[in-house]
Design a protein around this ligand. Structure first.
Ligand code: TRP
Length: 345
């Protein structure tokens, strides 16, 4: 039996932080052995808001190198850059033409991002979820690991695949069974406890877009900076760290970071820190964060010191991804009535 397929991606904007690692990439690493995995750097998504061309390529390489440094293994997974596989843009156009405008206008993330930009909002920002649907559908992904904030986008990808492509353009076999053009993906809900919150507000998610640098620990932050950020992290006046107290979101978040980064697990961490004051706990947390990131930063440094190798990995990823993506694209082109495309065999 073929292993179920998984696809996910991260935008190369801003630095990857502990939330991206503990909440997403670390789980991808586990999936590599049991699933057929595709991980892309979604650089086309990065230009849906104003971007700096001098930064884009560097940020793309940085993100790809961080995937590898976190343990994504190019022998087990297909690691690639979205814009280097032309099928993403092409399928996006085909899907655009069957997706109702009002499905996009009601996307929560679009509405939130759009208010910040006023009359400068690009068509691309509105179209963001259709491009994401193309990313997923091109690889016939069965499962997509997503956080809470991306669930609505995944739902959209499912609706486009099922209601707009399969049911309108799919054929039936001799027994009358529909032959799907596209695989309808399911969300893969990740383990609980991996939702990392901001260091300055235990009620909001650790985010790349938070203007306060102190709210997050980036994977490439040097040890001194990590110590400083932990020292300044928001606390409360209560002694002792604990889980499950709704009034103490900061204690919950920092203790859970300690449990994850030390590898001790929730129970042992909760016991160890039950009567600890913040002044004792914080240096401990800073130390496990520094130690957990040390090997990752070391591998990252090695990868960036050998650009030829990274380039080879991405070229190989591009070739493997293109082969899968082109086959899907050709099926959709055919279903929609186009002449065969340039790579049709
Ligand atoms: N929108 C996703 C995010 O911001 C990134 C993304 C783009 C993605 N294409 C994807 C995630 C396909 C999963 C699958 O997190």
């Amino acid at each position: 039996m073929a292993r179920p397929r998984v696809l996910s991606g991260v935008q190369p904007t801003g630095a990857l932080h502990l939330g991206n690692w503990l909440g997403a990439i670390r789980n991808w690493v586990d999936l590599q052995k049991s699933h057929e995995t595709f991980f892309c750097v979604v650089d086309l998504h990065a230009i849906t808001v104003p971007h700096d061309p001098a930064q884009l390529a560097e940020d793309t390489l940085k993100t790809a190198a961080l995937y590898l440094a976190c343990g994504i293994d190019p022998e087990l997974s297909t690691v690639f850059v979205q814009s280097q596989v032309g099928a993403h843009s092409e399928l996006c156009w085909l899907l655009n033409c069957v997706t109702p405008l009002n499905w996009l206008e009601r996307m929560i993330q679009f509405k939130e991002k759009a208010v910040k930009q006023g009359d400068q909002v690009s068509v691309g920002l509105l179209d963001y979820p259709v491009l994401m649907a193309a990313d997923i559908l091109l690889y016939g992904a069965d499962l997509v690991p997503v956080g809470e904030d991306q669930k609505q986008h995944l739902e959209l990808a499912r609706d486009i695949a099922q209601q707009r492509i399969n049911s309108r353009f799919g054929k039936k076999d001799e027994t009358g069974e529909p032959i799907p053009v596209l695989t309808v993906p399911e969300p893969l809900i990740l383990k609980a406890g991996a939702r990392v919150m901001s260091l300055t507000d235990g009620n909001s998610k650790m985010s790349k877009s938070d203007p306060n640098e102190g709210s997050r620990i980036n994977l490439l932050d040097p040890p001194e900076l990590i110590v400083k950020k932990v020292k300044r992290a928001k606390t409360d006046p209560t002694m002792g760290l604990e889980f499950g107290n709704q009034e103490r979101p900061e204690a919950e978040n920092l203790l859970s970071l300690y449990a994850l980064l030390s590898g001790k697990g929730m129970e042992a961490a909760a016991q160890e820190c039950a009567s600890m004051g913040w002044g004792t706990f914080k240096p401990l947390l800073a130390e496990v964060a520094v130690e957990a990131l040390r090997p990752l930063q070391q591998r990252y440094g090695e990868l960036r010191a050998d650009p030829g190798h990274l380039n080879d990995v991405l070229r190989q990823g591009q070739a493997r991804a293109s082969a899968v993506a082109q086959a899907t694209l050709e099926r959709v082109r055919h279903a929609l009535g186009f002449l065969p495309g340039p790579t049709a065999t």
